[in-house]
Each structure stands twice: as structure tokens, then as C-alpha cells.
Design a protein around this ligand. Structure first.
Ligand code: ZN
Length: 309
């Protein structure tokens, strides 16, 4: 199952849409079907990708039309396709909606047209997406902390484990199926990026996932996996937090720390340049007076440490 892409049947009426390629923005989605209704987990980064995903998930949705959509968080690769499912009730955590208001398709178009290292880096990693025609459709329903849904007789639990990766991070648990859709709390085979933090919230989210009755883990990015990927993410976050803290304490500037840290057993994870953002987030936790970086600032940091730019 680990290498399958496209529509993957997981059993108990649950499906995953697994992106056919790795890399920035190549996100997954999910479908949980019940009797006469189903719930879609996330839309994708542009309309073409979202249409392809919806077409692939259409057969199981014939008898169980999509009545509910959950956006796991507010990064565009998990909600820019919302306009194609706007007939359904779209649900997200409060923090996720705040993120969506801050960075929508207009901001991504602006970032990817900047004439700067950040802009060039953003074009290189996001050039495969087409934000043309993307209209921001924000969720209709907001929840705090936890929400339990009945999707055609199937119990679906939404738990906001953020702020961690972003300002609000929802995991979608289907207890009777032993399946959890994690959004970007789990990247399988790629480097987690701590846009928001704090780190301890993400570690707590990993512990919550490890304690769930769920043998099948559908990550936000990468193949269908198991709790092993949750443990790897947790280990990476602990390692980076300790490494960055030691350098902060020694008085080393954040960018120097990002260049100095040797990733060891985590060096093979894709998108290792995210370390620059992660170190910055640790430094801000340790010194809240440090100013936050905006989008171009964050992508500029990664462009600096990314050897391929
Ligand atoms: Zn994502």
C-alpha cells in the first residue's frame, strides 16, 4: 500500500487520494463514506488538481455524495480547491480560518511573481501549480477544540491539535475504521515545517496520534503510512528543537544555526531547506521579542540555505 498513488481504498468505506509526486504543495486528500453521505478531507492547491482528485474519488461518492468537507488547516494546498465543493458544508478550526484570511491565492500569486531570491525559490517549488481562477471559499462552519460528526452513520472525530504546523491543525479520526487523516501534522518521507509552533504543541499532537486507535495514517503529504511516521516526525522535531536551542544559547544567529546543524539520520528527508524556518520558529519561542517573518521572509530564509537555488 505504501507506494500507491491516486485513489487508494483503505477499507471501512474510507479512501485516500495520494498525490502522484512528492514535493512542496503536492498534498493528499481523503474520503470517508457513510450511508448516503460522505466527508471529503481537504481540497488541493489548484483547480486542475482538485478536479482530478474529485474525479478519482467520484465512484465511491456516487451512492454517498460529498455533504461535508473538512479543511485540515489553512495552507493553500489544503483548501484552494474549495470552490469546487462549495455546495457541501465546509468545516475548519478557528485558527485555520485565520490562516486562510491571511494567505489566499492573491498572496501566493504575489509571492511567486516577486523578483527576489524568495520569489525565485517560490516559483521553483510552486511553478507546477496554477492559481488562475482560484477564488477563496472560506469554511462555512468553525469549531474549537473538538467536533464529532455523524457522516451517514459513520462517526468522524475532528480534533484541533494546533497551533503547531499552522495556527489550527485538524486531525480527522474514524474510530470504527482505525484510520486517521492527519493533515500536515504528518509528512511521510519529507521534512515537517513548523510555520507556527510552538514545538511542544506538535510533540503533544504526535503523542495524541500515537495513543489513538488507528493503524492506518493518511499523512498530509507522502504515502499512506503507519504510526512509524508519527514517531519519525516527533524525533525530528525534538532533535531540531534541541540543536537550535543549543545554538541560540551560544549566541549564534538563526541563519548561521540553520547552516550549522547537521541533520544526521534526518538528512534524507525531502525539503530539508525547511530547517531554516524551523530554526527561526525555535528562536522566536526562546526570544518572543524577535519579529515574525512574513511569507517572503520565510521563503527567503529557505532560498538562502537551499543549495539548488
Ligand atoms: Zn500541506
Amino acid at each position: 500500500m505504501a507506494s500507491r498513488t491516486g485513489c487508494v481504498a483503505l477499507g471501512h468505506g474510507c479512501y485516500a487520494w495520494i498525490a502522484g509526486a512528492a514535493g512542496w504543495g503536492m498534498s493528499n486528500a481523503g474520503l470517508i463514506t457513510g450511508h448516503g453521505a460522505s466527508l471529503l478531507v481537504d481540497t488541493l492547491y489548484d483547480l486542475r488538481l482538485t478536479r482530478t482528485m474529485l474525479d478519482a474519488l467520484a465512484p465511491p461518492a456516487v451512492a454517498a455524495p460529498i455533504s461535508t468537507v473538512v479543511n485540515t488547516h489553512g495552507n493553500g494546498d489544503h483548501w484552494f480547491g474549495n470552490q469546487l465543493v462549495a455546495h457541501a458544508e465546509i468545516i475548519a478550526a478557528r485558527g485555520s480560518i485565520a490562516d486562510m484570511r491571511q494567505v489566499g491565492p492573491a498572496e501566493m500569486r504575489a509571492l511567486t511573481s516577486m523578483d527576489s531570491p524568495a520569489g525565485r525559490f517560490a516559483r521553483r517549488i510552486f511553478g507546477r501549480f496554477d492559481y488562475t481562477g482560484v477564488e477563496p471559499v472560506l469554511p462555512h462552519t468553525v469549531f474549537d477544540a473538538e467536533m464529532v460528526l455523524n457522516v451517514g452513520g459513520t462517526e468522524v472525530r475532528l480534533i484541533d491539535v494546533g497551533p503547531a504546523h499552522s495556527a489550527g491543525d485538524t486531525i480527522v479520526h474514524v474510530p470504527q475504521a482505525g484510520i486517521v487523516y492527519t493533515g500536515d501534522i504528518v509528512f511521510a518521507g519529507a521534512t515537517p515545517v513548523v510555520w507556527h509552533g510552538p514545538f511542544h504543541r506538535w510533540l503533544a499532537a504526535c503523542d495524541l496520534l500515537l495513543g489513538l486507535d488507528a493503524d492506518i495514517v493518511v499523512p498530509g503529504h507522502g504515502p499512506v503510512t503507519t504510526k512509524q511516521s508519527v514517531r519519525e516526525i516527533r524525533d525530528y522535531l525534538e532533535f531540531v528543537h534541541a540543536q537550535a536551542t543549543a545554538r541560540f544559547t551560544a549566541g549564534m544567529p538563526a541563519m548561521d544555526a540553520a547552516r550549522d546543524i547537521r541533520l544526521g539520520r534526518f538528512a534524507d528527508l525531502d525539503e530539508s531547506e525547511r530547517l531554516a524556518v524551523n530554526v527561526h520558529t525555535v528562536y522566536r519561542e526562546l526570544d518572543p521579542s524577535l519579529p515574525p517573518l512574513d511569507g517572503p521572509g520565510l521563503f527567503g530564509c529557505m532560498a538562502e540555505v537551499c543549495p539548488r537555488v
